[in-house]
Write a new protein. Sequence first.
Length: 395
Amino acid sequence: MFTDRARIQVQAGRGGDGALSFRREKYVPKGGPDGGDGGPGGDVVVVADPDLRDLSGFRSRRRFAAGRGGGGGGSGRHGATGSGIELRVPAGTQVLDSDEQLVADLAHAGARAVLAHGGPGGRGNRRFATSTRQAPRFAETGLPGEQGEYELRLKLLADAALVGLPNAGKSSLLRRISNAKPKVADYPFTTIQPVLGTVETDERQLVVADVPGLIEGASEGAGLGHEFLAHLERARLLVHVIDVSEGDPAERFEEIDRELRAYGNGLDELPQAVVLNKIDLVSEVPAFKPVNPRVQRVFAVSCATGGGVEGFRRALFELCAPAPEPRHDDHGLADFLVYRPKPDPRRGYRIFRTDRGFRVVGRPPSEEELERALREAGAKKGDDVEVAGEALEFR
Ligand SMILES: Nc1nc2c(ncn2[C@@H]2O[C@H](COP(=O)(O)OP(=O)(O)OP(=O)(O)O)[C@@H](O)[C@H]2O)c(=O)[nH]1
Ligand SMILES: [Mg+2]
């Protein structure tokens, strides 16, 4: 089974707690504070892995939680960073949040995006020592890591995709030109999930996708084709396969082209090649003059006898210019197209007592809620409250 969608829940690790500790030395009755900071929680990251073909790995498991950060220690020791989780997905995977917004687009191998950041570690008590408070008896606890629910959606990355009516001979053509062996049979909808094949010359490789047959109304959900139209979006060339033994190729061409236009999403702008197939069944190859200016070339082949197939195979390399190299960022990682981190409203916050008042760490949901919480914590008029590094006065 080819899996192109998966829902996952991710939870980054909680930050480790800061330590509450005092130095103990011989002959020093009261050592200073030496509690170290907690380590940050582990992140949950998605990475595009060139060896993966689909998202079937996410069928058995959908919850992923990274490790929590280690607690700080005495003598200023830092807590360990929580162990992160790397979710491997095939290149071409998009990540959407619960509002169907694109969060990350892992458009090529090596692209990565953080889905949930680990919570920061708490500060140890030695960080709170001041001239007026030399022995702070408090330390911060670590904060929870981000969490979220996402949908993974794979859109196949192929150089060329074969489209056409059921039974046109798409799978037969892929068998002829590539290493793939999709099922071929004398009935419509033999192919029910996309198949990728690799077409090779000495120098280059092309990935060609065989997509289930399209029928009239596919753009509105008829047949199996609609589900897979999305997989065509990232192809660089559409190869439209037409069975010439079934009548006027122009009519059959138009039937599919209409669906591509109706679906939109760039499919109506992709360059096309037309393959007139099953010429062994007709006495004469019917004339076909494409009216659509996006059709670059027309081929006549027989997948049964192999006639014309080699010419088409070679021409594919001209029609699919070498793919642009992915851009790399400073870290040598292939970048991704979009990344919009979304703050998690459930993320916690904490209130700490300080020498002169209170300090708020994290993101409180609202000002009113924060005010109530501060009052509960004992804040009085005139107390200093530090929020997000800013010193305010409680009123
Ligand atoms: N005579 C002849 N038969 C062909 C040729 N190409 C394919 N066929 C036959 O046509 C039938 C359909 O071929 P497929 O390759 O399964 O067609 P498809 O377009 O993949 O069909 P779906 O997966 O159902 O959409 C099979 O019986 C093939 O053997 C050809 O060039 N000549
Ligand atoms: Mg097929």
